[in-house]
Write a protein of this length. Structure first.
Length: 156
């Protein structure tokens, strides 16, 4: 076997060439950079045909409770379930269980607080599911427009 290292610029050039090759109309898939790596993904125009062909079961949507819980975990990780419940104001057991089953979150360890509760954080599948490469790519509060239907001005 070879122990030679490939220079990063050569690797990036090769990936760019492959990406451009599959961007054409001759292929039903393309090479996309997602989750800190590269994946071959079906092009949107071919998705329905390929889904039927493969009898692909579509992923069920996340409920609003699961989305709320997932967003809290994404922005506050690592976080305990009691901290999530304190933010949401309701029990999060079911949402956490479903997110664990879907592998969108993972147990990241145990807290040093009393009782050693589990700490939760997002998984690599979360990054792939939402098509982001890094948690820094998550929208920040400043990215959201202010409500246009406000009455009066907000003062500090």
């Amino acid at each position: 076997m070879f122990d030679a290292e490939i220079p990063v610029d050569q690797l990036e050039n090769a990936l760019q060439d492959i990406s451009e090759k599959y961007r054409g109309d001759d292929f039903a898939f393309s090479l996309e950079k997602i989750g800190g790596g590269y994946l071959f993904l079906t092009k949107p125009a071919y998705q329905s045909s390929i889904s039927i062909l493969l009898k692909h079961q579509s992923q069920r949507r996340l409920s609003s409770a699961q989305l709320e819980t997932l967003s809290i975990i994404a922005y506050k990780q690592p976080i305990t379930k009691s901290e999530m419940e304190q933010i949401r104001g309701v029990n999060c057991d079911y949402s956490v269980q479903k997110l664990l089953e879907k592998e969108l979150i993972a147990i990241k360890g145990k807290s040093d607080t009393v009782g050693k509760p589990l700490l939760y954080g997002t998984s690599q599948k979360f990054m792939d599911y939402f098509g982001i490469n890094d948690l820094k790519d998550l929208p920040q509060p400043k990215d959201f427009a202010e409500e246009e239907n406000q009455i009066g001005n907000q003062t500090d």
